[in-house]
Write a protein that binds this ligand. Structure first.
Ligand code: ZN
Length: 544
C-alpha cells in the first residue's frame, strides 16, 4: 500500500473534526439544519487553515444520501466519492490554472445540466482570486441567477483581489489561523495513533513553525518522522528543520544587551559552525527581539508570544535589561541587517557586523526622561543659598523626636540639639555624591524634611523623576546602603509625596562650592551623555 501523507490521511471528514473554525462550522451546520443553505460561498483565510477541507465536508453534507444533513454519513456512495475526489457532481477547480474566460464559459455549459446522481452540482474553485477579469465577468452572470441545483464554493488566500461584485453575491466566511495549542493537541493525537513517540516540546515547535496552518503542521510532522523514525525529540526537530536552538538566540541577545560585541561574534561563529543557515538564524533573531519588545510593551505579553513558560520567563528577564527605545532600535538594526543579507553573497559577514553594531548601541534614554533630569538638575543648581538659609521649611532641623504624630503635616518639629544638625543633610548629600553621584543628584532635587526615628524624610513633587526613581525597587538597596553609611544601621530614606509648587526651589546645597559645582557638572553622567549625544560643550555654569 502506498504511503498516504498525514495531511490527507487525517483530513477531517465531518464538521466537528474541523479544528479552530468553530464559528464557521456552527453557522454552516445551523444553515443545513434549517435548510437555508446559500448558493455561493466565499471562504477566505491563510493556506492550510481548512478552507477546501470544509468545502468538501459541506459538499458531502449537501449530497449525502441521508442529507442534506449537518452530519454526513461518510458511508454512502456520494460521501465516499467526494472523500476520494471522484464524485462527478462535485468539481474541484484550481483557479490558478483555469483562469481564462474560456475556462469559465466551459464551466457555465456544465452548470445547466442537472446533477447526475447527487442533489446538487457543487463547484469548488480554489484560489479564485487568480481568475482573469473576463473570467470573473463570465462567472458573475451565473452567480446572478444560479440554477437551484448549483452551489459554488470559492476559496481564496487573497480576498481583496476578488471583485466586489462577486463578494456581494457570496456568503463570506473568514477562516482564522489555528491557535498553536489546538495544532499541538491535534499533532499529539495523530502521533499517538501513528505510533510515533514524540516529545510534547518537539510537537510544540512543529506547531509553532506551522504558523496557524494545520496542513503545514502535518507536513512538518511527516518530514520529521521520515528522518527521525518513530522517536521524535526536540533536538531532532530543531536539527531537521534547521532551526536555531533557542540557546543561541538568548545567548546572542544577552551579549548584545550587555554590550559585549566579542561574545556576540563568538555566538555567530558557533551558529555557523553548527551548520545553521545564517539568513534563517537572522529571521529567528528578529522574532526573538520582537518578543523582547513585546514583553516590554504589552500588558499580557504571553498572549502575543508562542512561547513555553520557561522561554517566556527568560524573555521577560532579558527585556528588563533595556529600555523600550533601545529594544526598538535594536530591532530596527536587525531588520536592516536582514535586508542587507538578502542582497549579499556573504550573509555571515553582514550578520557579524549587524550584531557588532547592536552591541555597540548605547542605551537610549527617552527624551522626556532626559528633559525631566535636566529640569531637576536646573532646580537643584538654580537657587541662591543665602536667601534661603534661614527658611525653616527649606532647611529643617535634622532631628525630631519619633512619635505617632511626628509624621503629620503641619506638626511643629521639636529640634533636638545636635552638633551637626544644621548641615547634616548637606553632609549626607556630599557623602552620597562621593559614593553614587546619580542618586545624589536625585536626592538633591528633593526637600529635606528632617529625621524621625530612623526615617530620613525627603519630599518630592508627585510624578517627579526623583519620586519615581527613589521609590523604584532597583534603587532601594543602593539607597539603603548610602543612608546607613551616613546615618547608621537601620536608617531608611522615606520619600514623601508633596505638592511643592508653593515652595521656593530647592536650596543650593552648601557642599556645592564653585569648583565642586563645576566638577560635579562635568562628571554628571547625564551631562556627559548630553554632551556626547548632542555634541555639546559646557561653556559656563551659572548659579542663579
Ligand atoms: Zn452519506
Amino acid at each position: 500500500m502506498s504511503y498516504l501523507v498525514l495531511a490527507r490521511k487525517w483530513r477531517p471528514q465531518n464538521f466537528d473534526e474541523i479544528i479552530g473554525q468553530e464559528t464557521i462550522t456552527r453557522t454552516l451546520t445551523n444553515a443545513l439544519k434549517t435548510g437555508r443553505v446559500a448558493h455561493a460561498f466565499l471562504f477566505t483565510g491563510a493556506r492550510g487553515v481548512g478552507k477546501t477541507t470544509l468545502a468538501r465536508v459541506l459538499a458531502k453534507a449537501l449530497n449525502c444520501e441521508k442529507g442534506p444533513t449537518a452530519e454526513p454519513c461518510g458511508a454512502c456512495g456520494p460521501c465516499q466519492e467526494i472523500a476520494a475526489g471522484s464524485a462527478v457532481d462535485v468539481q474541484e477547480i484550481d483557479g490558478a490554472s483555469n483562469n481564462s474566460v474560456e475556462d469559465v464559459r466551459a464551466l457555465r455549459e456544465t452548470v445547466r445540466y442537472m446533477p447526475s446522481s447527487g442533489r446538487y452540482k457543487i463547484y469548488i474553485i480554489d484560489e479564485v482570486h487568480m481568475l482573469s477579469a473576463g473570467a470573473f465577468n463570465a462567472l458573475l452572470k451565473t452567480l446572478e441567477e444560479p440554477p437551484a441545483h448549483v452551489v459554488f464554493i470559492f476559496a481564496t488566500t487573497e480576498p481583496h483581489k476578488v471583485p466586489v461584485t462577486i463578494h456581494s453575491r457570496c456568503q463570506r466566511y473568514d477562516f482564522r489561523r489555528i491557535p498553536l495549542a489546538l495544532i499541538q493537541e491535534r499533532l499529539e493525537k495523530i502521533s499517538a495513533q501513528e505510533k510515533l513517540a514524540a516529545e510534547p516540546e518537539a510537537l510544540r515547535i512543529l506547531a509553532r513553525e506551522a504558523e496557524g496552518s494545520m496542513r503545514d503542521a502535518l507536513s512538518l510532522l511527516d518530514q520529521v518522522a521520515s528522518f527521525a523514525g518513530a522517536k521524535i525529540g526536540r533536538e531532532q526537530v530543531v536539527q531537521i528543520l534547521g532551526l536555531a536552538q533557542r540557546k543561541f538566540l538568548t545567548e546572542l541577545s544577552a551579549a548584545v544587551l550587555s554590550g559585549d560585541a566579542k561574545r556576540a561574534l563568538t555566538v555567530v561563529d558557533e551558529v555557523f559552525g553548527y551548520g545553521y543557515d545564517v539568513r534563517q538564524f537572522c529571521r529567528e533573531l528578529i522574532g526573538h527581539f520582537r518578543n523582547l519588545a513585546v514583553a516590554k510593551l504589552a500588558d499580557a505579553p504571553e498572549r502575543l508570544m508562542d512561547l513555553v513558560e520557561d522561554e517566556l520567563r527568560e524573555v521577560q528577564a532579558q527585556a528588563e535589561k533595556a529600555s523600550q527605545e533601545t529594544l526598538l532600535l535594536l530591532f530596527d538594526l536587525l531588520v536592516a541587517g536582514e535586508q542587507a543579507m538578502a542582497h549579499s553573497n556573504q550573509p555571515r559577514l553582514v550578520l557579524e557586523m549587524t550584531v557588532a553594531k547592536m552591541a555597540h548601541l548605547k542605551p537610549v534614554v527617552p527624551i522626556p526622561e532626559i528633559l525631566e533630569q535636566i529640569r531637576e538638575l536646573e532646580a537643584r543648581l538654580g537657587s541662591a543659598p543665602a536667601a534661603r538659609a534661614s527658611d525653616p521649611k527649606a532647611d529643617p532641623p535634622l532631628f525630631e523626636p519619633a512619635g505617632p504624630a511626628s509624621g503629620e503635616q503641619g506638626s511643629t518639629p521639636v529640634a533636638k540639639p545636635a552638633p551637626a544638625a544644621g548641615n547634616a543633610w548637606e553632609q549626607f548629600l556630599a557623602h552620597a555624591q562621593e559614593h553614587d553621584p546619580k542618586l545624589a543628584a536625585l536626592l538633591g532635587g528633593g526637600r529635606f524634611r528632617g529625621v524621625s526615628g530612623n526615617e530620613v524624610r525627603v519630599a518630592f513633587a508627585p510624578d517627579s523623576l526623583g519620586l519615581l526613581r527613589l521609590t523604584s525597587k532597583g534603587n532601594a538597596p543602593k539607597l539603603n546602603q548610602l543612608v546607613e553609611g551616613f546615618f547608621g544601621a537601620g536608617h531608611r530614606v522615606v520619600v514623601l509625596e508633596e505638592n511643592l509648587e508653593e515652595e521656593p526651589p530647592a536650596p543650593r546645597h552648601k557642599y556645592l562650592e564653585a569648583d565642586k559645582l563645576r566638577r560635579e557638572a562635568m562628571e554628571n553622567p547625564l551631562v556627559k551623555e548630553l554632551q556626547e549625544k548632542l555634541d555639546a560643550k559646557i561653556e559656563e555654569i551659572k548659579t542663579k
